[in-house]
Design a protein around this ligand. Structure first.
Ligand code: NDP
Length: 283
């Protein structure tokens, strides 16, 4: 029987741990604060921001919310980021992406102080990750590593194949697997004979953005399969990048969609905020 990795349960455990550590800081008179900036009225972004606020509430983290109109100028947005960078009471800054087209996302995320970059998107934190140094790690790949570790799956010495090389999932995930001594292969749309490469994997991670792309033809018997994909079909149903029913009989462990990787992202965001405040407390 395959292990169905329960992201809901594991993310709750992490949020509970964060809540406990937040209350320890509070006893020392230190509060934890996340500033969230939302520009425009993208409905999906509004839902993400709402969920982040809810998680903050649960963990005892203060959330400051900046909801700016979609015609906000870059200068104004960068000015707000500068102001939040300066504020001693703000531990984490998050700019909800995507930004409206006239705003340069790279420029905005690069402006966030690396010490408050709880999304882990700043080049300094990306560099720290690739050099194996401590820093903020982007939340979805960090969440995947938590799922793997807390399910008792070892990475060391394993063949790990990551399908997808985006800056927010594929690349940082491959760095984290490497850090845990996996033998890592990163695949993408130009990979020749993807099925054969994927079939080598003891740990196969799919971060492609194509519903049910990974079938049993891509999966080695007994592999652990991590499905990062979140694809909403025309029927309104969420589907992963993995054809779950087809793959299930062949795996030793698998993450479902929904309820696998999805809930881990916000839990790790909370963890990053907490750790930012803990560092402040140590200074
Ligand atoms: P991107 O679109 O940025 O990257 C997709 C990657 O998949 C690219 O590297 C691309 O290759 C590769 N790819 C596309 N088609 C193929 C193919 N036919 N064969 C092999 N590789 C292919 O997506 P993201 O990384 O941002 O997201 C991936 C998925 O994860 C999405 O479904 C997204 O919704 C989900 N996601 C889930 C999160 C969560 O919290 N659980 C958080 C973030 C994302 P190339 O580089 O060559 O174009």
């Amino acid at each position: 029987m395959a292990l169905i990795i329960d992201g809901k349960k594991i993310s709750s455990e992490i949020k509970d741990e964060v809540r406990d550590r937040v209350s320890v800081l509070k006893e020392k008179g230190i509060s934890v604060t996340l500033a969230v900036i939302l520009v425009g009225d993208d409905p999906a972004s509004a839902v993400y921001v709402r969920n982040k606020k809810k998680a903050c509430e649960y963990c005892g983290i203060e959330s400051l919310s900046y909801e700016l109109p979609s015609d906000t100028s870059e200068e104004k947005l960068l000015g707000l980021v500068d102001e939040l960078n300066e504020r001693e009471d703000v531990d984490g800054i998050l700019v909800q992406l995507p930004l409206p087209g006239h705003l340069d996302e790279r420029k905005v995320t690069d402006r966030i102080s690396p010490e408050k970059d709880v999304d882990g998107f700043h080049p300094v934190n990306v560099g720290r990750l690739s050099m194996g140094e401590p820093g903020f790690v982007s939340c979805t790949p960090q969440g995947i590593m938590e799922l793997i570790k807390r399910s008792g799956i070892t990475v060391e010495g394993k063949e790990c194949v990551v399908i997808g090389r985006s800056n927010i999932v594929g690349k940082p995930l491959s760095m984290l697997l490497l850090r845990e001594n996996g033998t890592v292969t990163v695949c993408h749309s130009r990979t020749a004979d993807l099925k054969a490469v994927a079939k080598r994997a003891d740990i196969l991670c799919a971060a492609i953005g194509k519903p049910c792309f990974v079938t049993s033809e891509y999966v080695k018997e007994g592999a652990c399969v991590i499905d990062v994909g979140i694809n909403r079909g025309e029927d309104g149903k969420l589907r992963g990048d993995v054809d779950y029913e087809d793959v299930l009989p062949h795996v030793s462990a698998i993450t479902p969609v929904p309820g696998g990787v999805g809930p881990m992202t916000i839990a790790c965001l909370m963890k990053n905020c907490l750790e930012s405040a803990e560092k402040k407390a140590d200074r």
